[in-house]
Design a binder for this molecule. Structure first.
Ligand code: SF4
Length: 109
């Protein structure tokens, strides 16, 4: 999924506007730096992707995220909605899952 692919808006974050869990707070999406970026950078292809290819792709996506003025909002959204795929807020799905696991461990004491 990506906004640029599915909605034609140029922002992958904008695809989530229809989601009821966060549609009251979407203004940050207007400032998403991935608007107009190649959405294929942010999500794995439908076909097999070698580890090296994935690393290159994700590094390019993360470079965009690193400059994005709404990175934290994007990451918060991805964590809240448990986005299963792609680079959001500069983290891929594995990194987000680890972040959530560490947060849960800290909360548990
Ligand atoms: S942090 Fe990355 S994925 Fe999120 S809106 Fe910005 S550029 Fe797009």
């Amino acid at each position: 999924m990506s906004a640029a692919r599915s909605a034609g808006t140029g922002s992958r974050a904008a695809t989530a506007v229809s989601r009821p869990t966060w549609d009251e707070d979407v203004a940050w999406q207007d400032r998403a730096l991935c608007r107009g970026a190649n959405p294929d950078l942010f999500f794995p292809p439908q076909t097999f992707e070698k580890k090296e290819e994935r690393e290159v792709r994700e590094a390019q996506a993360k470079a965009v995220c690193a400059q994005c003025p709404v990175r934290l909002q994007c990451l918060e959204y991805a964590l809240t909605t448990r986005e299963p795929f792609g680079v959001w807020g500069g983290l891929n799905e594995t990194e987000r899952r680890r972040l959530q696991e560490r947060s849960a461990q800290r909360a548990a004491g």
